[in-house]
Design a protein. Structure first.
Length: 325
């Protein structure tokens, strides 16, 4: 904690994967906004998620010019969730902000976020997009459906359009780090930990440089991870489907017995029988798949593998070179 008269420190955690063209623009904009912040000192923590371009070279170059720039470089690509966790784990600031390097998380919101924490008594300030300008319509549709489904089947408070862009005090950061699961879904974790939170709304901002790393397929898999991580509703669905088909089968058996006693035993109807068999088999495979997803997540948790491995880091840590699950 800072002593009387000392400025508090704000750490900007910036996950980066193949962002060599965006990082200089981000640093320039963050520096411009940082001069508007009073009472805090900014430091940067870039997390290179195993980039295959010159992202790490750019980070080293920025570090040579500004020693407030710290960094963690992974041995390979571990994903954004691991990068966020590594950033929070290595952030030393009294306040910690998570921001994307592509400037889709506007640094210009930081002064208002800081004001909410210091003057309005909030523990965390989140950001959400109120428009999805520039996104493909089908992607926007499925995103909205995902948020609706998650809020109905999960206890985590996930706001439509919520971004990973958050400014938190140390209490919230420690609470998030205490959730040490290997399979992480940050949007759900941010909502699950609670605390007094304020949302800032803004219109969608397109990338300043580079291309998005999130394809529709990756977003779909990420959404499924979120559902499995924060809800058991799919397991309930599998159980309900099983009961419904058992009831339907019992009714069908009674119908066949009664029809046979009254009208005999005609042999026609094999096409409908094939369709019924395929339908039931499909439902069975669906339920097995749902069970498999939960079993797979449990399997990964019990292996207790590290969430990430560090290849290079500044400042170096003698003992914590990896985060264990």
């Amino acid at each position: 904690m800072p002593q009387d008269g000392e400025k508090k420190k704000m750490t900007l955690v910036v996950p980066a994967y193949n962002e060599e063209s965006a990082l200089p623009l981000f640093y320039q904009e963050a520096e411009r906004v940082g001069k508007q912040l009073t009472g805090v000192e900014i430091e940067y923590l870039f997390v290179d998620d195993g980039s295959s371009d010159k992202t790490m070279d750019v980070i080293r170059g920025l570090h040579e010019k500004d020693e407030r720039i710290h960094y963690v470089s992974f041995s390979r690509n571990f994903g954004k969730e691991a990068a966020i966790y590594a950033g929070l784990e290595n952030a030393a600031g009294d306040y910690v902000a998570i921001m994307d390097a592509d400037l889709q998380d506007p640094p210009s919101l930081l002064p208002e976020m800081l004001k909410a924490l210091e003057q309005e008594g909030y523990d965390c300030v989140g950001s959400r997009r109120v428009t999805r300008k520039g996104e493909p319509p089908i992607r926007s549709f499925f995103a909205r459906m995902f948020y609706r489904i998650m809020n109905k089947i999960s206890s985590a408070d996930i706001v439509d359009g919520a971004r990973d862009f958050q400014l938190m005090n140390r209490k919230v950061v420690d609470a998030i780090l205490s959730m040490g699961e290997y399979n992480r879904f940050s949007k759900g974790i941010f909502g699950w930990v609670g605390f007094k939170k304020k949302w800032l709304e803004y219109e969608n901002v397109e990338r300043a440089a580079g291309e998005t790393k999130w394809s529709f397929w990756k977003l779909l898999l990420y959404a499924l991870d979120g559902i499995v991580a924060f809800s058991t509703a799919p397991l309930v669905l599998a159980s309900v489907l099983g009961m419904l088909f058992c009831i339907a089968a019992f009714i069908a058996i009674l119908f066949i017995i009664i029809r046979t006693l009254i009208f005999g035993d005609p042999t026609s109807g094999w096409p409908s029988m094939v369709c019924i068999i395929m339908l039931v088999s499909g439902v069975q495979l669906l339920c097995i798949g749902i069970l498999g997803q939960y079993l797979a997540k449990t399997y990964l948790e019990t292996k207790n593998r590290p969430k990430y491995l560090v290849e290079e880091q500044y400042p170096e840590k003698k003992k914590t070179q990896e985060a264990k699950g």
